[in-house]
Design a protein around this ligand. Structure first.
Ligand code: SUG
Length: 446
């Protein structure tokens, strides 16, 4: 069994549209000029680094944007050029629809799906539930393409189950693996934490509700994910995201917690009723749980939200020790840096930390952990994948050349209406599906 980090390639329309209420970085950078090429190269540099550490690495493609089919569904008519022009200047809503339909947010593949490894599912298959992302309209648009991408990659049905996204709109609002933590320790079956921020039915949750920002994931969605993954109910826990954490900008669990093996890094405002939860996890793991808990007085949650020390990749290296890949912003915040240093100098399994420049993704609220979907595969499962998505030097070189050939280095809000941007993106993505051997996954290819 090996963990593969499936990173989302940053799309050609990466831009700052200020779309995500409750995501402080997205809200504060709205309107800024973006540099899609630099953003994509930063992402690729991380992919290369993880691959060079001997950790499993793969990629997932961007989605087509602007999403022309959605603009047409919203009533913008005419040829491509006219649709874009009309969506950019609606008398009532201005360019909002165009901004919603142009987001490159599919790059944050932690939100693409929730995955259960075959070792943890009752039927012995790998289960993938593409996230419906119904909390944010610009992200709802990802689900159908994600289904096509995952069904193309994980096509062998005797080994992989790629489910439909959860039905039912807001009641089953699912944000994917950003709210899922899988912990394990040798000799005991894995434990799954499916976190959620609000209850769609019944009395309001014991831990209270956020007042300022929306809670995205519902308890009902989390319960469905555990069922679909066929996880032993005795090993699935459903902690509530702390409403004070959400109100401070921790819209996903992975903004304030990260786990790997039997190691958990988290902020005290990650979950409500934290002590009993950790006790339960420890018992389920046979006593072996190492927790690095950051207290609010040492590392305020606002600082964790603005610098993302927990939105790190906590990786096991081939030699068995662990490394933290954190964003550069966390190195620049003394309390975040001190926290991560305390983890690596504690004598525990985490031996080192590396800081990465992912600023262009960070400015939309996406750190190292957001950019990747963790998929654990057995050797024979990996071999059953026909697509060319697993990283090697040749693929990295081709992807870099592809980015340099097709991506712009400057994008303002007014560029989104440019029909040439749409055409360039289609040309690029069409080429990418050939590089990655994915077949026809985009509307414009069908
Ligand atoms: O859903 N940002 C994303 C960031 C997702 C981060 N993912 C995880 N934490 N796993 C979001 O809020 C901003 C787009 C904009 O404003 O242009 C955005 O969608």
């Amino acid at each position: 069994m090996r963990e593969y980090n499936f990173d989302g390639i940053v799309g050609p329309t990466h831009n700052y549209a200020g779309l995500s209420s409750g995501n402080v970085a997205s809200m504060s950078h709205g309107g800024q000029i973006s540099n899609p090429r630099r953003a994509a190269l930063q992402g690729l540099a991380k992919v290369r680094l993880v691959g060079s550490l001997g950790v499993g690495q793969a990629v997932l493609p961007p989605h087509e944007r602007p999403r022309m089919s959605t603009l047409r569904e919203l009533g913008f008519r005419g040829n491509d050029e006219q649709v874009l022009a009309r969506a950019a200047s609606d008398p009532l809503t201005g360019d909002h629809a165009l901004r919603l339909c142009s987001s490159a947010a599919a790059m944050w593949t932690a939100n693409a799906a929730t995955c259960t490894p075959s070792s943890d599912s009752a039927d012995g298959r790998v289960h993938l539930v593409p996230a419906n992302l119904t909390s944010m309209f610009h992200r709802v648009l990802e689900a159908d393409t994600t289904v096509r991408v995952l069904r193309s990659i994980f096509a062998a049905e005797e080994r992989f189950a790629v489910h439909d996204p959860l039905p039912g709109g807001a009641h089953f609002s699912d944000e994917g693996a950003a709210n899922h933590i899988r912990l394990f320790s040798p000799g005991v079956p894995a434990v799954h934490l499916f976190a959620w921020g609000r209850a769609a039915y019944g009395a309001s949750p014991a831990g209270g509700e956020p007042l300022r920002f929306p809670a995205r994931q519902t308890r009902e969605a989390s319960a469905a994910l555990a069922r679909l993954g066929q996880i032993d109910p005795a090993r699935a826990l459903f902690p509530q995201q702390h409403p004070m954490g959400i109100d401070a900008g921790a819209f996903h669990t992975d903004v304030v917690a990260v786990g790997n093996g039997s190691v958990l890094l988290l902020h005290e405002l990650a979950f409500v009723h934290l002590e009993p939860l950790l006790e339960q996890v420890r018992n389920l793991l046979g006593g072996t749980l190492t927790v690095y808990l950051a207290a609010e007085r040492d590392l305020p949650v606002s600082a964790a939200v603005s610098t993302y020390p927990f939105n790190s990749q906590l990786l096991t290296l081939p030699g068995g020790e662990m490394i933290v890949l954190a964003p550069l912003e966390a190195a620049e915040e003394p309390r975040a840096r001190a926290y991560l240093e305390s983890v690596t100098t504690s004598g525990g399994p985490v031996k080192s930390v590396r800081y990465l420049d992912l600023r262009d993704s960070m400015e939309n609220g996406g750190g190292p952990a957001c950019l990747r979907q963790r998929i654990v595969l057995r050797d024979e499962e990996r071999k059953a994948v026909g697509a060319r998505v697993f990283l090697d030097d040749a693929l990295a070189t081709e992807l870099e050349a592809w980015i340099r050939r097709h991506y712009r280095d400057r994008l303002a809000a007014t560029d989104l209406r440019d029909v040439d941007l749409w055409r360039e993106s289609c040309t690029a993505l069409d080429e990418l599906t050939k590089i990655l051997r994915l077949g026809a996954i985009y509307d414009f290819q069908r």
